[in-house]
Design a protein around this ligand. Sequence first.
Ligand SMILES: [Ca+2]
Ligand SMILES: [Ca+2]
Ligand SMILES: [Ca+2]
Ligand SMILES: [Ca+2]
Length: 198
Amino acid sequence: MKKGLVILGAGLILLLISGAAMAQVKNPAMIRTAYSAMDANGDGVVTVTEHAAFWQGRFREIDAENDGKLTAAEFNAAEKRFFGDMDTDDDGALLAKEYIAFWCGPKALEPAKSKAKTKTKKKLDANKNGKIGDDECVAFWVAEIYDVDANQDGKVTSEEYMAAMAAAFKEIDKDRNGLISIEEHAYFISKKAGAAKK
Ligand SMILES: [Ca+2]
Ligand SMILES: [Ca+2]
Ligand SMILES: [Ca+2]
Ligand SMILES: [Ca+2]
């Protein structure tokens, strides 16, 4: 009986490993973007509610110890995974089109070069209609990329990204106790969407 369980366990682990290996395969057509995960009901529109629910789910995944708080190590590990998922051509740098495809979906287009450089920070739901439109999403991420791309060469390297995420950790950790609580995270996400009341 015990032996059977061990074999079963080993089989399960193998299954998990092969599943993980398959998920690693980079195929732009098959990759599950944040956008497709966010649009929970698949109607092609990401609402502020779906956006918040997506991040609640990510928080639970990232919180490896499941204690409702994220350590810097948990946060950094998750951000490294996001970087890898966004870098669909695996060249170690993120271009605006990679960011936009990942966060805003395949229909969202990178704006023309002249419009791309903007320092103006916008909310995801800038017009506050409860929906994150493609144009709103693109405008938000273009401004975000401008911030993260420290040397302004149009490419976000892993170093630039992780440096920006270290700064983001400090921003999210409002009470500065070195941990991001569910509440701190939810507040940050709602502020980003434009739905914060406080
Ligand atoms: Ca939807
Ligand atoms: Ca890339
Ligand atoms: Ca750069
Ligand atoms: Ca905290």
